[in-house]
Design a protein around this ligand. Sequence first.
Ligand code: SAH
Length: 222
Amino acid sequence: MPGHGPRDEIEARERAAFQLSLRQRGIRDNNVLRALETVPRTLFVSDGLEEHAYADRALPIACGQTISQPFIVAYMTQLLELDNTHKVLEIGTGSGYQTAVLARIAKRVYTIDRFRTLIGAAELRFNALRLANITSMPGDGSLGWPAQAPFERIIVTAAADQVPKLLIEQLAPDGIMIIPIGAQGGEQKLVRIEKSAKGKITEKPLIAVRFVPLIAGRAISL
Ligand code: SAH
């Protein structure tokens, strides 16, 4: 369907260059490339920032939070080795952009954010994109989502001091979790955690990253 608004024009112009840069930077998983191609990032950035939607940087969203840099979204999604049989838990819904990318590949996505406002805004976007395989709720993601566990994949998009124990418990055998670990403003590393079929945990630190902090506690009505 041809678009007419400013968002559509920006989309068309920026999308091809964006795909090329992802390939050049090592994103090879076709599911990931296709998902990023079909989720319009302009829909997830704040009004007035549409022209920066495809710049490779994090951008501010409501509640003092950020939408992650697009390369990091692609990189983390690729590390999850996702397919359409997976049930995924995401902690840190934010704008919902990473959620939408996951939902294009996985069977079902459960996502949690501590800000009710962000959950409400993200749900409107999921509906607009007709993404029917996402369930979201406001809450403390460091507790996971026990009623829906176990999850074949878990992705955390806020930085924790250490890996939340409850998330490890809710990871299925043969599961993969991707989480940034480290202090706010200090050194943070993306860590890939794998649980073997027998439940053995291995952790592998990867690239340096910069995320807002994972903050425990009740959901905030903001
Ligand atoms: N993936 C998001 C990035 C969001 S930034 C995007 O692409 O837009 C990280 C998010 O984690 C913020 O929205 C913040 O509110 C949320 N967060 C921080 N601590 C949390 C917690 N304990 N439980 C759930 N969400 C949390």
